[in-house]
Design a binder for this molecule. Sequence first.
Ligand SMILES: Nc1ncnc2c1ncn2[C@@H]1O[C@H](COP(=O)(O)OP(=O)(O)O)[C@@H](O)[C@H]1O
Ligand SMILES: [Mg+2]
Length: 262
Amino acid sequence: MGNVLELQGMSMSFGGLKAVDNLSFSVRENEILSIIGPNGSGKTTTFNVISGLYEPDSGDILLQGESVAGLRPDQVHERGISRTFQSLRLFGNMTVLDNVLVGMHTRTKAGVVAAMLRLPSVRREEAAAKAKAQEVLAMFPGRFSGPRQSDPAFSLSYANRRRLEIARALASEPALLLLDEPVAGMNPMESREVMEQIKELRSRGYTILMIEHDMKVVEGVSDRVIAMDHGVKIAEGSYQEVATNHLVVEAYLGKRGAGTAS
Ligand SMILES: Nc1ncnc2c1ncn2[C@@H]1O[C@H](COP(=O)(O)OP(=O)(O)O)[C@@H](O)[C@H]1O
Ligand SMILES: [Mg+2]
């Protein structure tokens, strides 16, 4: 199977700090690849560069063989990369359904003016978008059924808000889904459920690149794992191979006591 994403020697600095240093890896079609590493190792920065928030200093990022390096976030989204954030970015006062519709925004064809005029073509597109949003919400059984779709996002439990964020990212049918710590802040029962849902996404054909600290989740869902430390990839392989790699063990031990391990 082909590579959906390919990072080739990507580097990204903030002032004098090399947050990501010559990073290369690929994500294969329909796999779940997890990135682990101590806090500050460059994981989120990697996501930020892939999703177009930052332009890399060097290297290339290929999505299905085409470079997306340096594109704006909306352009990267349009090409087929969706993401969730480490901290929630939902619109609290908007309904559950509208939060998902926002995820499709850059991928619907009708322009803003046409939408304001409410042309028939726009209404058809809206109906299709709504059906798609409901289909995506139905992937989380019992969580967003019927009337709950009209509830404001702020009224949801924390775990449901995180699920809603995943639903929003799925609404555009991305070729690649980036999940930044999807179970952060969840209790063990909730994270087990989200873990099952992530596996379900793979069985539906999605390709997922995930940052996660919870090793049970990483072990449970990952086809492959890469480990980063100080911006550098220090290991790559199966969960077992990476978790027992001495560089990885040292990277985590080294952070303990400094209060930054997680
Ligand atoms: N916008 C930014 N400006 C300056 N430094 C940053 C910025 N974002 C991240 N960093 C620094 O880059 C390094 C990597 O951070 P990050 O990618 O968030 O790590 P991780 O997600 O692995 O915890 C850290 O030292 C962090 O302080
Ligand atoms: Mg991070």
